[in-house]
Write a protein that binds this ligand. Structure first.
Ligand SMILES: NC(=O)c1ccc[n+]([C@@H]2O[C@H](COP(=O)([O-])OP(=O)(O)OC[C@H]3O[C@@H](n4cnc5c(N)ncnc54)[C@H](OP(=O)(O)O)[C@@H]3O)[C@@H](O)[C@H]2O)c1
Length: 340
């Protein structure tokens, strides 16, 4: 006996990847439904060899459905996630709405799978921000060995992190650069994204940081350890899929770069590609469609006593969203719902 699964936001970038990943990982599905807004009623999406016709989220009854994987943004989540949860369907949500709620577990299975049991307070589990997910996968095994004090991270985030409109804007603007009569001014982003980089993701906060940067700080504390200090600079770059991060880590104890490389090689969800030669590292294009968080450029930071630098790349639509959500569903099934 398997699960009745609802994919909410099935016509979006993350929703489509959720359908792909549920099929790839042969998640025990008895029945699956694709939901989106009324605009997409009847739109066809693929689930393996099967084609699903998208249904209207607004009129859908979640009674009798086991798990709803939500990828619709905070506004629609606010309306529909409580309805699903109240109907007895466990919500695994990709928006930021519930991430900081003390009654909702925020989970990256490689790091804090044990938090799953907290789901029953609201019948909701939160998925972290894409930049946080890949970073904590990399930090966890190093923290276990040498206790992390402080992290300085700069991100290089792809446009797919801003949804379908982000992808379209980079594509259209790139073409328009070669055809100046067809100018495409910024709409989704605050400045031109084609052939440019923008040090601004989400809204500005009073202290001069952005909400995206704040999310990395708050989520790392909730998932990994509240004592870890994080300072982040989040930057949008003209890459379609795949987020990259330059991470500087200060530890309590000394950690040699060779030992760090060995630890990371043995850790779940991580692939180390780290040769000190031309091309001996991973770039975002190479991580697309993969499950792993790739780590390269591991090296000592000789400006402090116990410091390391590394480069971390992952598919933001997968580990940063859809894969992590499906992994949570797997843990939920194994540890709590016990069907399949
Ligand atoms: N992209 C990433 O890297 C990433 C990472 C982590 C988390 N997330 C989060 O995941 C969510 C989805 O992101 P995305 O990149 O997949 O966005 P997207 O490509 O723009 O897709 C949005 C999806 O939400 C649906 N939707 C929007 N408003 C709705 C409403 N009122 N009722 C029903 N359905 C509605 C859309 O349906 P229609 O097609 O019918 O409009 C579409 O299926 C967001 O909360 C985002 O913050 C994204």
């Amino acid at each position: 006996m398997g699960y009745r699964i609802a994919v909410v936001g099935a016509t979006g970038n993350v929703g489509r990847e959720m359908l792909n990943i549920l099929h790839e990982r042969t998640f025990p599905v008895d029945e699956i439904v694709a939901l989106a807004s009324r605009r997409s009623l009847g739109t066809e999406v693929s689930f393996g060899d099967t084609t699903l016709k998208t249904k209207d989220l607004e009129t859908f009854d979640f009674t009798g459905w086991d798990i709803a994987l939500f990828a619709v943004g905070s506004e629609a989540t606010k309306t529909y996630a409580p309805k699903a949860a109240k109907a007895g369907c466990v919500v695994i949500d990709n928006s930021s709405l519930y991430r900081y709620d003390a009654d909702v577990p925020l989970i990256v299975p490689e790091v804090n799978a044990q938090a799953i049991h907290g789901y029953s307070k609201k019948n909701i589990i939160a998925n972290p921000n894409c930049s946080t997910a890949q970073m904590v996968v990399a930090l966890k095994p190093l923290h276990d060995r040498a206790r992390i004090k402080r992290v300085v991270v700069s991100t290089y985030q792809s446009v797919s992190g801003a949804g379908k409109e982000g992808i379209d804007e980079l594509w259209d603007q790139t073409k328009s650069i070669y055809n100046p009569t067809d100018s495409k001014p910024p709409k989704k982003f605050t400045k031109q994204i084609a052939f440019n980089v923008i040090p601004h993701i989400d809204v500005f906060l009073d202290d001069g940081s952005t909400k995206e940067e704040w999310k990395m700080v708050a989520e790392t504390k909730k998932i990994l350890d509240p004592k870890i200090k994080v300072t982040a600079t989040c930057v949008r770059v003209p890459v379609f899929v795949g987020h990259s991060e330059s991470i500087n880590i200060e530890f309590e104890d000394f950690l040699d770069e060779h030992e760090a490389r060995d630890i990371l090689r043995e850790s779940p969800g991580i692939m180390v590609i780290d040769k000190r030669e031309d091309g001996g590292y991973v770039t975002p294009i190479e991580c697309v469609g993969d499950y792993a968080t790739f780590i390269s450029r591991i090296r000592q930071d000789s400006t402090i006593d116990n410091g390391l630098n590394l480069w971390c790349v992952s598919d933001n639509l997968r580990k940063g969203a859809a894969l992590n959500a499906v992994q949570i569903a797997e843990v939920l099934g194994r540890e709590c719902l016990k069907k399949g």
